[in-house]
Design a protein around this ligand. Structure first.
Ligand SMILES: Cc1cc2nc3c(=O)[nH]c(=O)nc-3n(C[C@H](O)[C@H](O)[C@H](O)COP(=O)(O)O)c2cc1C
Length: 154
């Protein structure tokens, strides 16, 4: 059994809900999953000991919220190179936006280029808040977690 950490920032609760569904999916795959709010993580040592990491954040002004930027700097200190990394988050505005400008894509890029983690093959999961209220949204999150867990293997 592998250990997975799902760590998220969420001001209004939508990204937290995604975190819970993703964690559920990863548990379906048989892995041991911890879910934590990044605001409760104070030290890089708290990130040690997992086989895979999935970080979540909403998009703020086509960027990461401040607390997520600070958390990613902490994660770099945790030396997660070679570990599997995924990312997710919710957003609201679709008009004219590309998913590669949203927070989850920025997190994936950071995990890969700065932390030298192995990017999860499904890339970042970026969902419109409205979709999350549907079964389709729930399933997208669970599938993401399940495939992440399956990718880690036994
Ligand atoms: C300060 C601020 C800036 C935001 N900027 C964007 C944005 O650039 N694009 C977007 O699609 N949504 C934007 N949003 C909406 C949030 O990304 C969206 O409501 C998200 O689902 C909130 O996640 P949470 O419930 O986990 O806090 C912004 C929200 C806030 C509060």
């Amino acid at each position: 059994m592998k250990k997975v950490l799902v760590a998220y920032f969420s001001a209004a609760g939508t990204t937290r809900q995604m975190a819970e569904f993703i964690a559920e999916g990863a548990r379906f795959s048989g892995q041991q999953v911890s879910t934590r709010n990044i605001e409760d993580i104070r030290d890089a040592s708290e990130l040690a000991g997992y086989d895979g990491y999935i970080f979540g954040s909403p998009t703020y002004s086509l960027d990461l919220p401040g607390p997520m930027k600070t958390f990613l700097l902490l994660a770099e200190k945790a030396r997660l190179g070679g570990k599997l990394g995924g990312a997710f988050g919710s957003y609201t505005h679709d008009v004219g936006y590309q998913h590669d400008a949203h927070a989850p894509a920025i997190i994936m890029e950071t995990l890969q280029s700065s932390a030298k983690m192995i990017p999860f093959e499904l890339g970042a999961l970026t969902l419109n808040e409205e979709l999350l209220k549907t079964k389709e949204g729930l399933k997208a999150c669970q599938d993401y977690g399940r495939v992440f867990g399956e990718t880690l293997g036994e």
